[in-house]
Design a protein around this ligand. Structure first.
Ligand code: NAD
Length: 462
């Protein structure tokens, strides 16, 4: 696809009012691969008006018909799967296999799940002498990050469409080409003009204008806790609904009875995948003191095997931030067992897969989200100590527990203050609610819980 020199508003590609542009850079070779408009306040306003005008018609469209459009959208994504994977690899830097399987494959599965849910969800229910209507919340402002460029978009747009909402999307500035491809798929799927609108642009300009727009009913944001906090404050001031998917510092708790080698290897893979740019990554590995040395050795060997197999980070800014954290880890006394701050290659924003041992809970690298291929391994004394460390964070997005059997692991998981826990290597489920406890966010995405975010209820008494 040739990048569009335009915004997708009201069913067509239209020139932006703003003359500013965003240069898209391939993080593997640092070359500029495209330019897209950086929409301004006026552009956001035009897009919101288009969404508002399209809302009544789409909200009144029977759910079965909305489901049909969502199925067509899924099919359009399937037809473009190769192009999606190539585009994500070009602007995010992820290895082609990961781009195919996850960056293209996961959003296709999620779009398909909402095609089914739109057709089957009970948008009306009875309670005593009342009929309860689940109605679309209205115009949605969606603001997404770059780490899973298409998944983050589909996890908001698909349930919003299923609910009958109209949407304005402001995607991350680092990965706007994938968002343009998505808009092409929406167009092909035959959605009515104005139901979906795309404004590429900078966060503090277009993103802020969208979050502050008085005619947006729900702001759904995924990104950093710092920006999420501001968006929550703005939305609170205007008494509008907000959904926030923010950062994480998830614990991978390996209890003494677990298969240690498997738990460590899967744990390392979980952190290194997507070069560590995963909000739900298990970046704190918790190991009993009797197994600690063995686990450290296994993790160091596993990380060393990654070598050239992980992609670069998305940007120079992100690489510098991650290297800064690695240097800080060393300065605070943690022990490097793999990787380090040195650049593994001359060009591209690469960081070596890095593992730290002798990490204590108060160290910066154990507390803050690094968002790079950096694993910290912490030692615990007993189960209560492990729980205290696991829950001793401002975040609560995900986690894992490994034990001799599922029941033991699940009993521990019930005591964790976090939104998702994988038991003995349980697989990712695109129907399971995804979202955070504590400062990891407000609200849930995916499945029926994700759909409910875009609905409001009205009850009629008879
Ligand atoms: P970011 O918060 O800087 O940007 C996210 C989005 O917000 C981008 O589209 C950006 O343009 C926009 N934005 C930036 N400033 C804004 C403002 N003032 N007003 C409105 N919008 C603004 O985050 P990032 O660096 O792009 O992404 C990394 C962060 O996102 C990490 O902290 C990560 O944990 C988090 N994240 C969370 C999830 C989740 O589901 N919980 C998923 C992915 C990423």
């Amino acid at each position: 696809m040739k990048p569009h020199d335009a915004l997708y508003i009201d069913g067509a590609w239209r020139p932006a009012a703003s003359r500013d542009v965003i240069e898209v850079v391939n993080p593997a070779d640092e070359q500029v691969i495209g330019r897209v408009p950086a929409g301004g306040v006026l552009d956001v306003d035009t897009a919101v008006r288009a969404a508002r005008a399209a809302l009544p018609g789409w909200a009144a469209t029977p759910p079965a018909e909305r489901a049909g459009r969502l199925a067509a959208l899924r099919d359009a994504l399937v037809a473009r799967a190769d192009e999606i994977a190539e585009t994500v690899t070009a602007e995010l830097g992820s290895p082609p296999k990961l781009s195919q399987a996850v960056h293209a494959g996961l959003p296709i599965a999620v779009a398909g799940s909402y095609a089914e849910l739109a057709a089957t969800h009970p948008f009306e229910e009875r309670a005593g002498n009342s009929t309860i209507l689940h109605e679309p919340i209205g115009v949605v402002g969606a603001i997404t990050p770059w780490n899973y460029p298409l998944h983050q978009i589909v996890a908001k747009v698909a349930p919003a469409l299923a609910a009958g909402c109209a949407i304005v999307l402001k995607p991350a500035e680092d990965t706007p080409l994938t968002a343009q491809l998505f808009a092409e798929a929406v167009h092909e799927a035959g959605l009515p003009a104005g139901v979906f609108n795309l404004v590429t642009g900078l966060g503090p300009v277009a993103g802020q204008a969208l979050a502050e727009h008085p005619d947006v009913d729900l702001v759904s944001f995924t990104g950093s806790t710092a920006v999420g906090r501001r968006i929550g404050a703005v939305a609170g001031g205007a008494v509008k609904k907000v959904a926030l998917e923010l950062g994480g510092k998830s614990a991978n708790v390996i209890l003494p009875g677990a298969d240690l080698a498997r738990a460590v290897n899967v744990g390392v893979a979980h952190v290194m995948s997507n070069s560590g740019q995963t909000c739900s990554a298990w970046t704190r590995m918790l190991v009993h003191r009797d197994q600690y040395d063995e686990a450290v050795e296994l993790a160091g060997a596993a990380a060393a095997k990654y070598g050239d197999r992980i992609g670069p980070l998305v940007s120079a800014r992100q690489r510098d931030q991650v290297r800064g954290y690695i240097e800080q880890g060393v300065a605070e006394g943690a022990r490097l067992v793999a990787g380090g701050p040195e650049a593994p290659r001359e060009t591209g924003y690469f960081v070596a897969p890095t593992v730290f041992a002798d990490v204590t809970p108060e160290m910066t690298i154990a507390r803050e989200e690094i968002f790079g291929p950096v694993l910290t391994i912490l030692r615990y004394e007993d189960e209560e100590d492990a729980l205290r460390i696991a829950n001793g964070t401002v975040y609560g997005l995900a986690g894992a527990v490994w034990a001799a059997d599922d029941a033991e692991a699940a009993a521990f998981a019930r005591r964790m203050d976090t939104g998702q826990v994988d038991i003995n290597g349980g697989r990712f489920n695109p129907l399971a609610p995804f979202g955070g406890y504590k400062q990891s966010g407000v609200g849930r995405e995916l499945g029926t819980h994700g759909l409910a975010e875009y609905l409001q209820t009205k009850s009629l008494q008879f």
